[in-house]
Design a protein around this ligand. Structure first.
Ligand code: ZN
Length: 396
């Protein structure tokens, strides 16, 4: 089989890709570290500007000091693809986890090595290799690197809606699963606050005038915690709880809990909110109590699409032809910008970044050889799409 040499040569660039990743991961870019984000943006801008012909610009986002990076290549080419990434991480400027450590010759631990500075290395290396292939002119693409993905992409959200209208398909470079599988769908995510109000009184007051907000909240939460048993596509996590004061002889009039809610299908949104309201109703019917659930879903579910089925089959074929370990694709509980893209009507394939594990922890690590092999997969897919070996389905 005749594969372009820029693609087959990618594994020989492994050390160079590892060095680049160590540099990028060593630059803190926690979602709230605006100085760090600006420094990271500068490094990315310089790196992507090296792609010959690339138009690179920074984009000011509403409600944040951080900017996105947009790279456009051949906007008039017949096939237009969208490549999605984020350059923020969950590790703030004061987090003790700031540097990379080589654990073995193939395993690097470090902040964002997989999620997703490793994904950005994969994306860049794939584009560098693809740009050297003979039919590259057939494909134009837009890369968007977002500074607020880890906190919900509130600033960058509108850019995805806009991008969805001018592209045929989206490629998302979030990490692969630890076994190498890609991602076909993701749960939608939401953050909710449950507020319980009662009435303060002395714990021993005659006639019991107190209404204990903590007890009311606890009753609600125990029931809410069982909701996923009735609604199998739903996940509910009680992440935080507070209420009352230091004096235990006071009936507390206030308690609050923070919930993480996830849904698999859009229809589950109303179902779970209705159930939560129904659980609150009997408490609200009691004199002196008020229990409220507020919040919203920030990312709708990303659903598996027919176009992604076809792209995934082509991706697997590329893997076989490159002699890489086989992989499948799975549903993921975590959200990504793939959710925003799919909600905006752009079908996409997610999990195209490197293989690693323990994301969002001080043990985050990446399988170093996967930087080159995942870049090979993307580059070969792009090459085959450009050469007409594979045609994108017209259905989203
Ligand atoms: Zn990520």
């Amino acid at each position: 089989m005749n594969l372009p040499s820029s693609i087959t040569a990618l594994p020989q660039r492994s050390d160079e890709l590892c060095d680049l990743l160590i540099r990028w991961s060593g630059q803190n870019s926690g979602s709230a570290n605006f100085a760090g984000l600006a420094a990271m943006l500068g490094q990315l801008q310089a790196a992507f500007a090296q792609l010959p012909g690339a138009q690179v610009e920074t984009v000011v986002l509403p409600d944040t000091f951080a900017k996105a990076l947009r790279v456009r290549m051949r906007p008039a080419a017949p096939i237009q693809l969208f490549l999605s990434g984020h350059y923020d991480t969950v590790y703030g400027a004061d987090d003790p986890f700031q540097r990379c450590t080589l654990l073995t010759s193939e395993k690097l631990r470090g902040p964002g090595v997989t999620d997703m500075k490793g994904g950005l290395v994969v994306m860049l290396a794939a584009l560098q290799a693809f740009e050297q292939t003979p039919q590259a002119a057939q494909i134009g693409y837009e890369v968007l690197l977002n500074p607020d993905e880890e906190i919900g992409s509130f600033g960058a959200g509108p850019l995805y809606v806009e991008a969805a209208s001018r592209h045929r398909f989206g490629l998302v470079f979030e990490p692969a699963r630890p076994n190498g599988d890609l991602v076909h769908s993701r749960k939608g995510t939401g953050n909710f606050t449950v507020t319980a109000r009662g009435r303060s009184a002395h714990a021993a007051a005659a006639n019991r005038p107190g209404r204990n907000a903590i007890a009311a909240l606890a009753e609600f939460l125990v029931a809410a915690n069982r909701l996923p048993e009735e609604l199998p596509g739903v996940l509910l996590n009680i992440g935080h709880i507070r209420g009352g004061g230091p004096a235990t002889n006071v009936v507390p009039d206030f308690a609050e809990a923070l919930l993480d809610l996830r849904i698999t299908h859009p229809g589950e949104r109303d179902a779970v909110l209705t159930q939560l309201r129904e659980l609150a109703a009997p408490i609200n019917a009691r004199e002196g109590y008020r229990l409220e659930v507020t919040g919203s879903f920030n990312r709708p579910p990303m659903e598996r699409s027919p176009a992604a089925e076809a792209v995934f089959a082509a991706w697997q074929q590329c893997g076989r032809d490159l002699g890489l370990a086989p992989f499948s694709w799975v549903h993921a509980g975590g959200g990504s910008d793939g959710n925003n893209l799919s909600a905006a009507g752009l079908a996409c394939l997610d999990g195209l970044g490197p293989i690693g594990d323990r994301l969002h922890s001080p043990e985050e690590w990446v399988h170093l050889p996967s930087l080159a092999t995942r870049a090979q997969l993307t580059a070969l897919f792009l090459h085959r799409l450009a050469a007409g070996v594979f045609v994108l389905p017209s259905q989203p």
